[in-house]
Design a binder for this molecule. Sequence first.
Ligand SMILES: *Cc1c(COP(=O)(O)O)cnc(C)c1O
Length: 400
Amino acid sequence: MSKFDFAAMPDANGYFGEYGGQIIPPELKEIMDEIDGAYEEIRQTPEFQEELDSLFADYVGRPSPVYHASRLSAQLGGAQIYLKREDLNHTGAHKINHCLGEALLAKYMGKTKVIAETGAGQHGVALATACALVGIPCEIHMGQVDIEKEHPNVTKMKILGCKLVAVTRGTATLKDAVDSAFEEYLKDPVNYIYAIGSVVGPHPFPKMVRDFQSIIGTEAREQFMTTHGKLPNYITACVGGGSNAMGAFTAFLDDNDVSLVGVEPAGKGLDTKDHSATLTLGKPSELHGMKCYVLETEDGEPMPVHSIASGLDYPGVGPQHSYLKDLGRVEYDSVTDEECLNAFMTLSRVEGIIPALESSHAVAWAMRKAPELPSDQMILVNLSGRGDKDADYVADKLGL
Ligand SMILES: *Cc1c(COP(=O)(O)O)cnc(C)c1O
């Protein structure tokens, strides 16, 4: 066993070291503890495990392949780059993994409605998909400004049958959608359940979302052992809230010879205000019911953050990432909007794979690192999603 018992985390109170916990009113704490109890019980049952496994296989299309990007590797001249193809999942990204888990848990708990907020709409679409499949009503709150910007996702959510609530208060963006969704949830937390979209929020959500996503690393480990008889030297993933990265890293935390690298958005540069590099430049604080690294203004408010990838602009980050950073087990680096765009175009043109702008951050890091390494080393990139949603934006920006 390693010095740190990663498998036992978080502790019973939801802490990863000093991070995480439940920074919420006592009445909510009771509800969260009840969800945790039900989760721990239900997830052990063969019924739940078999149903989730079979949906992962036949509905999501798991296991997702590991693809050797040999042309890209040859062009860079160094380590071999491999891609874990979460972009090939049904709905086109890793988010379906935890949304299915959460929707199924809601069904097993006898909940009558799943509630969530969405920013760019990716979490909303994945959750509406999972709820349609499981047969449970779903209500998504979204800022009016985002509704106007994210037309294709709005249309998909409507087609999938979820109730879309347009939020017009405040700035009519994500923050107001969170408040609105939470108010609805508090009307009947016994019968409703809130579905968080990443490894963030109060305990037990960082744990639950991580557990549902950890299938990514579990598969990749087996795939590397079968094909190569050894593990990759590096595993890299982009970090917004941190769910796809925790999913990729969890199975490898005890393998000290596997370097794990989380990639944050440096936006227009770390020396500007337009970035979202929470672990790189933030400090330990509190946000959305948890203790974690946070990017804050001088008066202690969450900073307005920026990334070319809308799924990465969050001023906080998962508590387990905060802990892994302090421990030094995971290295956190960053990539600018410009490097991200270059990786997006390169992977598209050299491998015929259009990556999501979020995932392009991890691709960019691998492209920077590979030339420094010998050609028998392997870098696994978690390709969290496909870039169809970003194609028009990029074409416009580059004048294609
Ligand atoms: C939402 C999203 C992310 C960011 O979320 P994490 O919780 O940090 O993984 C990354 N990639 C894609 C494709 C996404 O849709």
